[in-house]
Design a protein. Structure first.
Length: 176
């Protein structure tokens, strides 16, 4: 794992969590249990704190950071899509950040809310629970339905299971 102490700030990785060797986890980053941090993801807790709840997936190429002395709180079973950029305050449990989405300073994303692929959520926005947002700038385009929750519970479990598979002996090893 590419885990780095920075200025006496040391990452903490929970049990059964996979952090790719090509991911960078720097400083005051707390990763819960059963999490997946994908290849090329960057979690920078160099001058702020990032707290990630159990069962959360930070997919490949995602970039998480927070302002000096700030805290980025990520709830349980959150999905952060490939290439997303986050500089926000909070992602509540079960929320979904789509591929390539940009989440600005001081944003709060509600429980079970879904931010569509490529959406830009501008600074200081507060997305209520169970809303779907899309666009640049974002707008609320609908409400999360039971079918969305069923799909995302399935998808979230895929990443929890994937983390376990990566941790099994001989399942993931460099061959050259």
């Amino acid at each position: 794992m590419a885990i780095y102490k920075f200025n006496n700030r040391v990452p903490v990785i929970g049990k059964n969590s996979f952090v790719s060797d090509s991911a960078l986890v720097i400083g005051d980053v707390i990763i819960g249990d059963n999490c997946y941090v994908g290849h090329g993801a960057i979690l920078r807790g160099d001058y702020g704190t990032i707290e990630i709840g159990n069962g959360t997936a930070v997919e490949e190429g995602a970039n998480l950071h927070i302002r000096p002395n700030g805290i980025l709180k990520i709830g349980e079973k959150v999905t952060i899509g490939h290439g997303a950029i986050l500089h926000c305050n909070e992602l509540k449990s079960f929320s979904v950040i789509g591929i390539g989405a940009i989440i600005g300073f001081d944003v709060v994303i509600g429980k079970w809310s879904i931010v569509a692929e490529g959406a830009v959520v501008n600074r200081r926005a507060v997305i209520p629970d169970e809303k779907i947002v899309a666009g640049n700038p974002f707008e609320i385009i609908g409400n999360v339905q039971e079918r969305h929750k069923e799909f995302w519970l399935y998808a979230k479990q895929l990443y929890i299971d994937l983390a376990k598979k990566y941790l099994l002996p001989n399942n993931f090893e460099k061959i050259k």
